[in-house]
Ligand binder design. Structure first.
Ligand code: UDP
Ligand code: MG
Length: 334
């Protein structure tokens, strides 16, 4: 099976391979178990980039893949050593940490991020270049038409986009579409800001002076399975909410005030009732219900505070976002 894949013939475009210390474009691609997609991705991407007549480099981050993603990538690098830079993590650190690592290793004036599974087709890159030429410093995108993922993902991302726009000041139509272009200054601001948030598109929005968005075609995953399960998505969304807004904490505090006000009135009522009507026995379950409500609200609150404390804890720990096993960067010996 593997050898079949390795032997597959994929059209390889004719590309000039002169060394480019300072290209115009750096394409950053995180890849985790994307072996079946690598050839198609590299071949289509090279064809598109070559047609733009801009200098470029492709920075792929192998995020601890367990298949032969790295081997495939190194084959492409062997063919075009000056165009490919491969970062190899020693284990899986997650999509946004891989993107972060790519950002730390780019040399270009502009960075374009995209996924390795071809859901964000490379053929859409020229749309970003048009906007780059119009003077924007950060260009986002939204997925045109029907999203090519499981239905629940579509709903989850709609709810998430709406919720995020309510509680933060980030105005992006579709935060999940990763085909985006970042000016070098924005990328520098991101990697030097010391923020632990993993959500790069939102961070870039904070730093951008001229943001715009464009609609992008969205394809089904070329091959393989999504790496985003429900738990991973929920984590990312919590990170986004608590990383960019104090509103959840403030809403909770206000709710706490309102609830304690209500409870105080209830206590006054119960005291009055006891004095004038005598102790009540049947109402015990009402009290229990109220108690349960308050306990559950308190638990949510503790969890919420825990999110913020957890974020602070991570920053204090200062652990690396990723560990690089090897950087394939220099020209191979001939
Ligand atoms: N990815 C990664 N590390 C991970 C999970 C995903 O580098 O732990 C990469 C993956 O290879 C792909 C991109 O992130 O290039 C988006 O992942 P996926 O397609 O699974 O997400 P979806 O499109 O389903 O949201
Ligand atoms: Mg995908």
């Amino acid at each position: 099976m593997l050898s079949n894949l390795l032997e597959q013939k994929v059209p390889q475009p004719e590309i000039s391979t002169k060394k480019m210390p300072h290209p115009e474009l750096s394409i950053v691609i995180p890849a985790y178990n994307e072996e079946p997609n690598v050839d198609e991705l590299c071949s289509r991407l090279l064809a598109v980039l070559e047609a733009t007549h801009r200098t470029f480099e492709i920075v792929v981050v192998n995020d601890g893949s367990r298949d032969h993603t790295l081997g495939k990538l190194l084959q492409w690098r062997e063919k075009y050593p000056s165009l490919f830079r491969i970062l190899d993590f020693n284990s899986n650190f997650g999509h946004h940490n891989a993107l972060w690592a790519g950002f730390e290793h780019i040399r270009g004036d502009w960075v374009i991020s995209m996924d390795a599974d071809l859901q964000t087709p490379p053929e859409e890159i020229p749309k970003l270049l048009e906007k780059i030429d119009q003077g924007y410093d950060y260009i986002g995108s939204w997925r045109l038409g029907k999203r090519q993922d499981a239905k629940w993902r579509d709903w989850a991302s709609k709810i998430d986009n709406r919720f995020r726009s309510r509680i933060t000041d980030i105005r992006m139509t579709d935060q999940g579409c990763m085909l985006r272009a970042y000016k070098r200054s924005i990328v520098d601001a991101i990697i030097h800001c010391g923020d632990y948030t993993a959500f790069i598109p939102a961070l870039a929005y904070k730093f951008a002076a001229r943001y715009t968005e464009i609609g992008m075609q969205h394809a089904p995953r070329f091959r393989g399975k999504t790496k985003y399960g429900l738990y991973y998505l929920l984590r990312t969304h919590f990170d986004l909410m608590t990383g960019f807004s104090l509103v959840p904490l403030q809403v909770f505090t206000l709710f706490g005030f309102a609830l304690s006000g209500g409870c105080f009135l209830l206590v006054l009522y119960m005291i009055g009732r006891r004095i004038f009507l005598g102790p009540e026995a049947e109402g015990v379950f009402t009290l229990f219900t109220i108690l349960f409500l308050m306990v559950s609200v308190a638990i949510v609150g503790i969890g919420l505070i825990g999110e913020y404390v957890g974020r602070t804890y991570q920053i204090v720990q200062g652990r690396p976002r990723y560990i690089l096993r090897q950087l394939y960067d220099t020209q191979p010996k001939s």
